[in-house]
Design a protein around this ligand. Sequence first.
Ligand code: FAD
Length: 423
Amino acid sequence: MFLRLIFIQANLYYVYDVAVVGAGPAGSTVSYCLAKEKIKVILFERHRFPRRKACAAGLSLYSIELLKELGLFSEEYIVNETHKCKIDFVIAKEVFEADAHICLTTREQFDEYLARRAQEAGAELHEGEGVKSISIKDDFVEIRTSKAVYRSKVVVLACGQPNVLGKSIGLYPNYGKAIAFEFNAPLPTEYNLDYCEFYFSLDKDFAGYFWIFPKKGFANYGVGTWLHTVTVMKKKYGSVVEWTKSILKDLGYWNKIKDIKKHLTKIKGAIVPVYTNAKAEDMVMDRAIAIGDAAGLVRYSGEGICYALKSGQLAAKALMKCIEENKFDKQTLVKYYTEPLDKEVLRELKYTSKIEKIMTYATDAVIDLLKKEPEVLNLLGKMLEHSISDEKYFNESSKYARKHISIAARMMAALLRGTLKGT
Ligand SMILES: Cc1cc2nc3c(=O)[nH]c(=O)nc-3n(C[C@H](O)[C@H](O)[C@H](O)COP(=O)(O)OP(=O)(O)OC[C@H]3O[C@@H](n4cnc5c(N)ncnc54)[C@H](O)[C@@H]3O)c2cc1C
């Protein structure tokens, strides 16, 4: 106890420029970018690598582009690439196929790769050391972990969700509460490895989808939707396992996956903080900044890795300027972090809830549009592979929708209904 106190005291005088909480894609990216510029960074991760994280681990073309730009791309963690996607509207019994290039990884490989690159660049990675509390003082930030106490000039919250630490210091941007569940199991018999499969409208007014992402020798299966829908489904089926089993049976996959019962018991869920209407200013406070999932930066499709990378990159650029000026107040962080974040991330994310409302409440209109206007199917594929932004997808597909009065009217009604329901 006495020795521990001395150790804690000693650390109190050991100051870092930046402390980063969480070594997911967001935390490792910001640490890597800062360490490369010789900034003194400490990166805390409560688990040891390789660690499992509930995720389908699909990397969109946008993620790949960012990884290349950051110098963090490697074939090492790509386990498969698909070039087509099947888009199935289940209750309407309508199936479409589109070109969509998606790279598949595993979070065990991907996250460890990024964390090691941050470490090689000079970030001090503390694995297996969870942050217990953060205290924002006038001149520094005090970080208490399971092992010691540290000081830094500024702290970056990259701890994903639930963002308990953010809540404790008042840095907690709001988001739409979705949950996604996933598990790995062998590929279904005769599965085409070039396809990712998306199953929408699993039920009436069902937001979200079930997916199959093929990896090397196995596939990732999962379902994501709003928290309130999960509650309804649990009531209807008894448990998430039974609900997923019924989806697999309905889709004809239950008897096509070896040992499915055993693998399904390993299903794992996590919060998906879907962007709703948080403002960029909500993502900073004096001496603290939130990035990635901790800032609620996820699009309707559940894709969040790209924004974790992008917000990590933008945060690093902003913090370089703050360090240069030795200013870490909210106003300075707003100036350097939130303005580019608004332009490069939130501008797109503002369209995500519109797309979700139309997909959920005007499914029949979406299907009609896809049948009448093949270019919209092309756009949907591009939106899923994220080679076009949600903004572009929404604006371009709306142009086609306006050519058909009944489709446009149903889509408008869906937007209104979603707004009135507050989803
Ligand atoms: C089932 C599911 C499927 C998904 N599929 C995809 C997909 O295919 N493609 C995609 O782009 N996105 C997907 N997402 C979203 C994606 O997982 C997230 O957007 C992404 O992981 C966000 O990265 P992050 O670094 O912000 O947070 P995280 O990846 O959550 O990393 C946070 C890290 O912080 C650590 N941590 C937390 N608290 C502490 C603490 N107190 N001290 C120290 N360390 C701490 C955690 O252990 C973790 O390592 C999916 C999400 C779910 C739930």
